[in-house]
Design a protein around this ligand. Structure first.
Ligand code: HEC
Ligand code: HEC
Ligand code: HEC
Ligand code: HEC
Ligand code: HEC
Ligand code: HEC
Ligand code: HEC
Ligand code: HEC
Ligand code: HEC
Ligand code: HEC
Ligand code: HEC
Ligand code: HEC
Ligand code: HEC
Length: 343
C-alpha cells in the first residue's frame, strides 16, 4: 500500500514536471486548452481559438494557410521573426533594399504595378520607356536583379548621341541632357520628339523655317533677343515711329508673337501720359490714332474726336468753369486723368 501510494505520488510529480517543461518557453502564459485537447500535443483545429492578429504579425494572404511550425520552428512563439526578409530569401540580392512590403504583399510575389513603382523612383517610365522590355534597361544576369543603372539620359543614350548627323550633336556642342530638347515622354527623336519650348515657336514664329532663324547652319548661335532679328522691322515702323518715340528695343514689353505685331500694349502710357488701359477711357478706343491723329508725331493729341459731337452740351456743362475753352489742351489741363472731377 505504501509502495503504491509512493508510485502514485511520483507519477503526479512527473506529470507536473512534464507540464512545467512544455516547449513554448518559460514566459508562456496561455492556457494549453486554447490549442490542445486531451487527444495529444498536436494543434487541434476544432478548438483552436488564439487570435493571431494580436501579435506583431497578423496572418494575411498565404500566411493564413501556412503551418505554424514553418514560422515557429522552435515552438517558442515569441521568438518568431517579424520582417519579411528574415524568413524569405531576397531574390533580388540586395538590389532593391530590404523592405519587401514596398512592392510585395503576402498574397503573392507577383508585381502588377511596376509602372507606379518606377513613378516613385528616380526614373519614371514614360513614352518609349514605358513600352520597352524590362531587360533592355535591366541588363543584370538575373531577371530579378534590379541593379541601379544610370538615370541620366546619356547613361543609356550615348551611342544615339554620338551617331547623330542631323544635326551633329557633338559638333554643335549640344548638352548631354537630352531632355533640354527632347521630351522624356517622346517616342522618337525627331519631329514631335524635338522640343523647342525654351523659345516658343508659336503664332508669328510658327511659320518661319528653321533656317530663317538659324541662318549660320549652327543651331547654337541664335540670339533670343527680339531686336537681333527684328531690328529692320523696328526701324521701319511708321505708326507709331518707334525710334522717335524712344520705344525700348525689347519688343516683348509691348508685343506678343501675334502676327502683324498687333495688338500691342503700351501700359506705361497710363502712368506716363494719360490712362487708356485703366480708368474711364479703358476700352473706349481701338487705335492709337483716335487720340494721336499724326502717326509721325505722338506729341500731338486730340480729345475732340470723341467729345466733339456734344460740344453744345459740353459748353453747357462747363458754363461755371472759368478758364474753360473747347480745346484739347484745355481739356487735358482740367482732366489730366480723364475723369470729371479730376482736380
Ligand atoms: C496558441 C496555441 C498553443 C498553446 C496555447 C499551447 N500550445 Fe503546445 N503546441 C502548439 C503547436 C502549434 C504545437 C505544434 C503542434 C504540431 O506541430 O502539430 C504545439 C506542441 C506542443 C507540444 C509537443 C512538442 C513537440 O515537440 O511536438 C507539447 C508538449 C505542447 N505543445 C505543450 C503545451 C502545453 C503544456 C501548453 C500549455 C501550457 C501548450 N502546449 C499551449 C500550440 C499551442
Ligand atoms: C507566417 C509566419 C507565422 C505563422 C504561419 C504563424 N505565426 Fe505565430 N507568430 C508569428 C510572428 C512573426 C509572431 C510575433 C513574434 C513576436 O512577438 O515577436 C507570432 C506570434 C505568435 C504568438 C504570440 C507569441 C507571444 O509571446 O506574443 C503565438 C501564440 C503564435 N504566434 C501562435 C501561432 C500558431 C498557433 C500558429 C499556427 C496556427 C502560428 N502562430 C502561425 C509568425 C507566424
Ligand atoms: C516568420 C517568418 C515569415 C515572415 C516574417 C514572413 N513570411 Fe511570408 N511566408 C513564410 C512561410 C513559412 C511561408 C510558407 C512557405 C513558403 O512558401 O515559403 C510564407 C509564404 C509567403 C508567401 C506565399 C509564397 C508562395 O510561394 O506563394 C508570400 C507571398 C509571402 N510569404 C510574403 C511575405 C511578405 C510580403 C512578408 C512581409 C510582409 C512575409 N511574407 C513575412 C514565413 C514568413
Ligand atoms: C522595388 C520593388 C521590389 C522590392 C522592394 C522587392 N521586390 Fe521582389 N520582385 C519585384 C519584381 C518587379 C519582381 C518580378 C515580379 C513579376 O515578374 O511579377 C519580384 C519578384 C520577386 C519574387 C518572385 C521571383 C520569381 O522568380 O518569380 C520573390 C520571391 C521576391 N520578389 C521576393 C522579394 C523579397 C524577399 C523582397 C525583400 C527582400 C523583395 N522581393 C523586394 C520587385 C520588388
Ligand atoms: C527604359 C529603361 C527601363 C525599363 C524599360 C525598365 N526599367 Fe526598371 N528601372 C530603370 C531605372 C533607370 C531604375 C533605377 C531608378 C532609381 O535608381 O531610382 C529602375 C528601377 C527599377 C526597380 C527598383 C525600383 C526601386 O524603387 O527600388 C525595379 C524593381 C524595376 N526597375 C523593375 C522593372 C521592371 C519589372 C521592368 C519591366 C516591366 C522595368 N523595370 C523596366 C529603368 C528601366
Ligand atoms: C536606363 C536607360 C535609359 C535612360 C536613363 C534613358 N533612356 Fe531613353 N530609352 C531607353 C530605352 C531602352 C529606349 C527604347 C529604345 C528602343 O526601343 O530601341 C529609350 C527610348 C527613348 C526615346 C525614343 C527614341 C526612339 O527612337 O525609340 C527617347 C526620345 C528617349 N528615350 C529619351 C530619353 C531622355 C530624354 C532621357 C533622359 C531624361 C532618357 N531617354 C533616359 C533607355 C533609357
Ligand atoms: C540643344 C538641343 C538638343 C539636345 C540637348 C539634344 N538634341 Fe538631339 N536633336 C536636336 C535637334 C534640333 C534634332 C533634329 C530634330 C528634327 O530633325 O526634327 C535632334 C535629333 C536627334 C536625333 C535624330 C537625328 C539624327 O541625326 O540621328 C537623335 C538620335 C538625337 N537627337 C539624340 C539625342 C540624344 C541622345 C541627346 C542627349 C544625349 C540629344 N539628342 C540632345 C536637338 C538636341
Ligand atoms: C523664330 C525663330 C526660330 C525658329 C523658326 C527656330 N528656332 Fe531654333 N532657336 C531659336 C532661338 C532664338 C534659339 C536660342 C534660344 C536661347 O538661347 O534661349 C534657338 C535654339 C535652338 C536650338 C538649341 C541650340 C543650343 O545650343 O541650345 C536648337 C537645337 C534649335 N533651335 C533647333 C531648331 C530647329 C530644328 C528648328 C526648326 C524645326 C528651329 N530651331 C526653329 C529660334 C528659332
Ligand atoms: C513701348 C511699347 C512698344 C515697344 C517696346 C515696341 N513696340 Fe512695336 N508697337 C507698339 C504699339 C503700341 C504699336 C501699334 C499697335 C497697334 O496699332 O495696335 C506697335 C506697332 C509695331 C509695328 C507695326 C506698326 C508699324 O509701323 O509697322 C511693328 C512692325 C513693330 N511695332 C515692331 C516692333 C519691334 C520690332 C520692336 C522691338 C525691336 C517693337 N515694336 C517694340 C508698341 C511697342
Ligand atoms: C532668331 C531670330 C528671331 C528672334 C530672336 C525673334 N524673332 Fe520674331 N520672327 C523671326 C522671323 C524669321 C519671323 C518671320 C519673318 C518676319 O515676319 O520677320 C518672325 C516673326 C515675328 C512676328 C510676326 C510678324 C508678322 O509680320 O506677322 C512677330 C510678332 C515676332 N516675330 C515677334 C518677336 C518677338 C516679340 C521677339 C522677341 C521675344 C522675337 N520675335 C524674336 C525671327 C526672330
Ligand atoms: C484716349 C486718348 C489716347 C489714346 C487712345 C492714346 N493716347 Fe497716347 N497720349 C494721350 C495723351 C492725352 C497724352 C499726353 C500728351 C501730353 O502730355 O502732352 C499721350 C501721350 C503719348 C505719348 C507721349 C508723347 C510725347 O511726345 O510726349 C506717346 C508716345 C503715346 N501717347 C503713345 C500712344 C500709343 C502708342 C497709343 C496706342 C497704343 C496711344 N498713345 C493711345 C492720349 C491717348
Ligand atoms: C476714343 C474716344 C475718346 C477720346 C479720344 C477721349 N475720350 Fe473722354 N471719354 C470717352 C468716353 C466713351 C467716355 C465715357 C466713359 C464712361 O463714362 O464710361 C469719356 C469720358 C470722359 C470724361 C468723363 C469721365 C467721368 O468721370 O465721367 C472726361 C473728363 C473725359 N472723357 C476727358 C477726356 C479728355 C481730357 C480727353 C483727351 C485727352 C478725352 N476724354 C478723349 C471717349 C473718349
Ligand atoms: C477749366 C477746367 C475745365 C476744362 C477746360 C474742361 N473741363 Fe470738363 N469738367 C470740369 C469740371 C470741374 C467738371 C465737373 C462738373 C461736375 O461734375 O459738375 C467737368 C466735367 C466734364 C465731363 C463730365 C460731364 C458730365 O456728364 O457730368 C466731361 C465729359 C468733361 N468735363 C469733358 C471735358 C472736355 C472734353 C473738355 C475739353 C473740351 C473739358 N472737359 C474741359 C472742368 C473742366
Amino acid at each position: 500500500m505504501r509502495v503504491l501510494s509512493l508510485i502514485l505520488i511520483c507519477c503526479f510529480f512527473l506529470f507536473l514536471r512534464h507540464q512545467a517543461s512544455h516547449p513554448h518557453g518559460d514566459d508562456f502564459r496561455l492556457g494549453c486548452g486554447i490549442c490542445h485537447s486531451p487527444e495529444g500535443w498536436h494543434l487541434d483545429k476544432t478548438i483552436y481559438s488564439f487570435d493571431h492578429n494580436t501579435t506583431k504579425l497578423p496572418l494575411t494572404g498565404q500566411h493564413t494557410q501556412t503551418d505554424c511550425r514553418l514560422c515557429h520552428p522552435t515552438l517558442v512563439f515569441s521568438e518568431a521573426k517579424t520582417d519579411c526578409i528574415e524568413c524569405h530569401t531576397d531574390m533580388h540580392q540586395g538590389t532593391v533594399g530590404s523592405d519587401c512590403s514596398r512592392c510585395h504583399s503576402t498574397a503573392s510575389w507577383l508585381v502588377t504595378n511596376i509602372t507606379e513603382i518606377h513613378q516613385l523612383s528616380r526614373f519614371p517610365l514614360l513614352g518609349a520607356h514605358r513600352t520597352a522590355d524590362c531587360t533592355v534597361c535591366h541588363l543584370s544576369e538575373s531577371l530579378v536583379r534590379f541593379d541601379v543603372i544610370g538615370v541620366n539620359c546619356i547613361d543609356c543614350h550615348r551611342q544615339d548621341y554620338n551617331a547623330t548627323t542631323q544635326p551633329n550633336h557633338a559638333g554643335a556642342g549640344f548638352s548631354e541632357d537630352c531632355s533640354a530638347c527632347h521630351p522624356v515622354n517622346a517616342f522618337q527623336w525627331t519631329g514631335a520628339g524635338f522640343d523647342h519650348s525654351f523659345f516658343k515657336l508659336t503664332e508669328g514664329h510658327s511659320t518661319p523655317e528653321c533656317a530663317d532663324c538659324h541662318v549660320t547652319g549652327n543651331y547654337s548661335d541664335a540670339n533670343p533677343d527680339c531686336y537681333s532679328c527684328h531690328q529692320d522691322d523696328y526701324l521701319a515702323t511708321t505708326n507709331p515711329v518707334h525710334s522717335t518715340m524712344g520705344f525700348p528695343t525689347t519688343c516683348n514689353i509691348c508685343h506678343t508673337l501675334a502676327p502683324g505685331w498687333a495688338p500691342a500694349s503700351f501700359t506705361e502710357h497710363d502712368s506716363q501720359s494719360f490712362p487708356i488701359y485703366s480708368g474711364k477711357h479703358k476700352g473706349t478706343w481701338t487705335s492709337c490714332n483716335e487720340c494721336h491723329p499724326s502717326p509721325s508725331d505722338y506729341a500731338q493729341f486730340t480729345c475732340l474726336s470723341c467729345h466733339e459731337h456734344n460740344k453744345t452740351s459740353m459748353d453747357d456743362k462747363h458754363r461755371e468753369e472759368s478758364g474753360y475753352s473747347y480745346t484739347s489742351t484745355a481739356c487735358l489741363d482740367c482732366h489730366p486723368t480723364g475723369v470729371a472731377d479730376d482736380r
